[in-house]
Design a protein around this ligand. Structure first.
Ligand SMILES: O=C(O)c1ccccc1N[C@@H]1O[C@H](COP(=O)(O)O)[C@@H](O)[C@H]1O
Length: 212
């Protein structure tokens, strides 16, 4: 199902796979049915350049949202990297002020705001299109008490932080998010994705695979 006017497609639970660096893993995520895939353009074991992101994004069909992930960069840096990479969305982690979102608005990209549970939990409060409610340390793979936010975020919001194929079904039950976002939980080492784990994560998040 497509959400009118947003370029966003949802099944039961919207699924984003983040921190992709290899064409084979991008293909695995797309074939598994991910709705969005993320390229980390900030400090991280998963960091790639805007040029590498452009090459990876070029192979992604238009129904899958490509997202550039930032944390602490200036609006000018984010604009330049977003334009060079050719992504369709930008994701701002941490304490970015409202003005940073306003400064990116004219790019016409989907704006994603990501913050921990203590942040403003209303999607749209910073003019963003999507909200991610994450662990205090993004990309750390550390689980947190997902049930603590159940019923609190408003609008289209994704749960993130420590999710993996073994716990995502429970996390969805506990927090009732609109979508889920994963990075570490589909890796065999920091920054090293695994196609089997990507497939398993998408299948479980959509309710298509049984939990052990
Ligand atoms: O994935 C990263 O390395 C990363 C680095 C800096 C900011 C955000 C990052 N990714 C986002 O973090 C969570 C996933 O965390 P986890 O590793 O699954 O626990 C998600 O929002 C990613 O988009």
């Amino acid at each position: 199902m497509w959400i009118h006017g947003t370029g966003l497609r949802v099944h039961s639970v919207y699924v984003k796979i983040c921190g992709l660096r290899e064409p084979g893993h991008v293909a695995a995520a797309v074939e598994a049915g991910a709705d969005a895939i993320g390229f980390v353009l900030t400090r991280s074991p998963r960091r790639i350049t805007a040029e590498q992101a452009r090459e990876l994004a070029a192979a992604v069909p238009s129904h899958v949202l490509t997202v550039a992930v930032f944390a602490g960069e200036t609006p000018e840096e984010m604009r330049a990297a977003a334009l060079e990479s050719g992504v369709r969305a930008v994701q701002l982690h941490g304490a970015h002020p409202h003005g940073d979102f306003t400064a990116l608005k004219d790019l016409g990209l989907t704006l994603v705001r990501a913050g921990a549970a203590g942040a403003d939990l209303r999607c749209g409060a910073f003019d963003e299109d999507l909200l991610i409610v994450d662990a205090p340390r993004p990309g750390s793979g550390e689980p947190w008490d997902w049930s603590a936010v159940r019923g609190r975020p408003e609008g289209r919001w994704m749960l993130a932080g420590g999710l993996d194929p073994s716990n995502v079904a429970r996390a969805i039950t506990e927090a009732r998010p609109w979508g889920v976002d994963v990075s570490s939980g589909v890796e065999v080492a920091p920054g090293v994705k695994d196609s089997g784990l990507i497939r398993e994560f998408v299948a479980v998040a959509r309710g298509g695979a049984k939990q052990a």
